[in-house]
Design a protein around this ligand. Structure first.
Ligand code: 13P
Length: 335
């Protein structure tokens, strides 16, 4: 079995990144609403099959795909297990193992992620199915009440417990503490995002250390430091890049092999430009790449529109975004 460090490094290999295709049933329903498509087992499968059969993108630009439990065990329309498609393109399958974020008791505006019960058994099962990595997302909202120190601490603690279970099962934990840009009211400044992101990362690495997580066998999936999506602040690509890298430098140990960002509601082009600007800064102790959901998928979804005849065009759109983000991971994207 490959070591945790070897899997983590392969996921952030030069010029490659991760496709997040692990939308829950509720979230994929929101995405399909964009094109007015009903959500069924078949439409979810057909949509994801379109992505996974984008051979150029999957071979050249994508190192790993985050899946739901449904997709990890699913077959393509012709009966080929999706896992065979990943083997053929040398893509590592990953699995979202959290059970969603629910309102946190005793707290206003905050959520705590559930899913630790039974996780050890589930991970053993996913490892047998070939999952090389996993994802757990903790959500930190910015409102006039949130986040509280307790909300940050509780989410960081859950992330650390999850990460330990993963490493025990030989699975690389992708640790995702997301400071929301697209939450309500979403009008916070970039400074507020920087402060909360720093506080969150500090708490997460403190808990990871306490739990004994091997930092060389994990990846971090953070937000970038940006204003809230409904903020009046207008900031340059360079400012986002500088503030994000500065914050990461202060709180993320160099032992972590890679950082793969979420896109968090940024436009496709913004997410790509920000990543490229960060890599252009150079001299970073970790690989910086993408683990995008929306910023990789939205143009393909809209082009596909639920119709077989559009599959090729949709694959082209997905491949284009994957290629642009692969260039950004090398600091070579030009808008
Ligand atoms: P977005 O890139 O759409 O934010 O999704 C990434 C993800 O996996 C969130 O958990």
């Amino acid at each position: 079995m490959a070591s945790l460090n070897a899997i983590a490094k392969k996921l952030v290999a030069s010029g490659k990144g991760i496709l997040a295709a692990d939308e829950s049933e509720g979230t994929i329903a929101k995405r399909f609403a964009l094109i007015g498509l009903p959500v069924t087992l078949e439409t979810r499968r057909d949509y994801r099959e379109m992505l996974f059969r984008s051979t150029e993108a999957m071979t050249d630009y994508i190192s790993g795909v985050i899946l739901t439990e449904e997709t990890l065990e699913q077959k393509a329309k012709d009966g080929t297990p999706f896992r065979e498609l990943f083997n053929a393109t040398d893509v590592i399958p990953g699995i979202k193992v959290d059970r969603g974020a629910l309102p946190m008791p005793g707290s206003k505006d905050e959520k705590i992620t559930e899913g630790l019960d039974g996780l050890r058994q589930r991970l053993a099962h996913y490892a047998k199915l070939g999952a090389g990595f996993a994802k757990w997302r903790g959500v930190i909202a910015i409102t006039s009440y949130a986040p509280s120190r307790n909300g940050i601490r509780a989410n960081a603690h859950a992330l650390a417990r999850y990460a330990m279970y993963c490493q025990e099962a030989g699975i690389v934990p992708v640790v995702e503490p997301e400071v929301l840009a697209d939450g309500e009211p979403g009008d916070h400044s970039i400074q507020r995002c920087e402060d909360v992101t720093g506080e969150t990362l500090e708490a997460v690495f403190k808990e990871l250390r306490l739990a004994g997580v091997d930092l060389s066998g994990m990846l971090l999936k953070p937000n970038m430091v940006t204003p809230g999506l409904r903020s009046r602040d207008r900031v340059s690509t360079e400012e986002v890049a500088q503030r994000t890298v500065e914050t990461l430098r202060r709180f993320v140990p160099a032992a972590v092999p890679g950082i793969a960002f979420l896109s968090g509601g940024q436009s496709d082009e913004e997410a790509t430009a920000h990543l490229s600007a960060m890599n252009q800064l150079g001299g970073l102790p970790w690989a910086l790449t993408f683990s995008y959901g929306r910023a990789l998928q939205t143009s393909a979804l809209v082009t596909w529109n639920g119709e077989d005849q559009n599959v090729k065009a949709a694959q082209k759109a997905f491949t284009h975004r994957a290629k642009m983000n692969a260039l950004a991971a090398l600091g070579q994207y030009k808008p």
